[in-house]
Write a new protein. Structure first.
Length: 277
């Protein structure tokens, strides 16, 4: 059975399992397995794919911003509006086939803005050019997720899921947990705060799934099993994310107001040059 099949099996079992007190340990173990398989998939893809055409972009300037979205949501138009770079844009899908860099000068800072090809559902598993797109996104200091204002919620959920599955944590900080594997001494688990979402038994089960039998763990804050798994895996990328809703000229004022009030969100119309300043 391949890694993708193992991931699908675990995801199906998680979706079938009711969440309650009796199943919390089983779910915690399943999540640990899922994170392990996804990390293995990411490592395999990085070794196999290497650098794709147009994706080997040297990091420059004071910060790097990655533009991510489904095909034809206006990423290239936004890049052309904000920088002097020309990125091919049209109303049909997959206009941008490589990574196109541009530079924004803002208050004395040079910000590198990368227009990445539109990704599709399943990008984290290698569909389309998902591997290369996500590999570049993991190097960014900020991610801009560009969305079509006429179908914002479904697309946002799908994109967040794709990025989450490859270890990107959007608008989150690294949990304040000390974790150090050792050669001997068994598992030493200490908590400096009351734990309401995870306990010592769950912690031990997660570590054993990763074949870790000797380690020191100090919880300096309460956390979920998922957050502890992130610390154990260790390859997570914590990055700020801005949600840009384009084509607001095609939706009602009430919908524009709803989107504008969402956290970390901006509403624009690239074609009509609305709210781009």
């Amino acid at each position: 059975m391949g890694i993708l099949d193992k991931i699908a099996d675990v995801e199906n079992e998680i979706s079938r399992t009711q969440k309650n007190k009796a199943t919390e340990y089983h779910l915690g173990l399943l999540k640990a397995k899922l994170a392990k398989y996804r990390s293995q998939l990411l490592e395999t893809q990085e070794k196999a794919s290497g650098k794709g055409e147009g994706f080997d972009v040297m990091k420059s300037g004071d910060a790097r911003v990655a533009l991510i979205g489904f095909p034809s949501v206006g990423k290239s138009t936004l890049l052309n509006s904000l920088t002097s770079t020309h990125s091919e844009c049209a109303s049909y899908e997959f206009t941008t086939l490589t990574c196109i860099p541009g530079v924004i000068e803002y208050r004395g800072a040079n910000i590198q803005l990368l227009d990445l090809p539109g990704i599709i559902e399943g990008a984290s598993q290698g569909k389309g050019r998902g591997r290369q797109v996500i590999a570049v996104a993991r190097t960014a200091d900020l991610v801009i997720i560009m969305l079509d204002a006429s179908k914002p919620d479904v697309h946002r959920t799908l994109l967040e899921r794709e990025l989450e599955s490859v270890g990107m944590r959007l608008n989150k900080r690294k949990p304040n947990i000390y974790f150090k594997p050792k050669k001997t001494g068994g598992l030493q688990i200490t908590s400096m705060v009351p734990l309401t979402k995870i306990n010592e038994k769950m912690t031990q089960m997660i570590l054993q799934e990763y074949k870790i039998f000797n380690a020191e763990v100090i919880f300096r804050e309460d956390c979920t099993p998922d957050e502890f798994i992130d610390v154990v895996v260790g390859n997570r990328v914590y990055v700020g994310c801005l949600y840009v809703y384009n084509k607001i000229d095609q939706v009602s004022l009430q919908e524009v107001d709803r989107l504008a009030r969402a956290p970390h969100s901006v509403v624009v119309s690239c074609n009509m040059k609305l709210n781009l300043d």
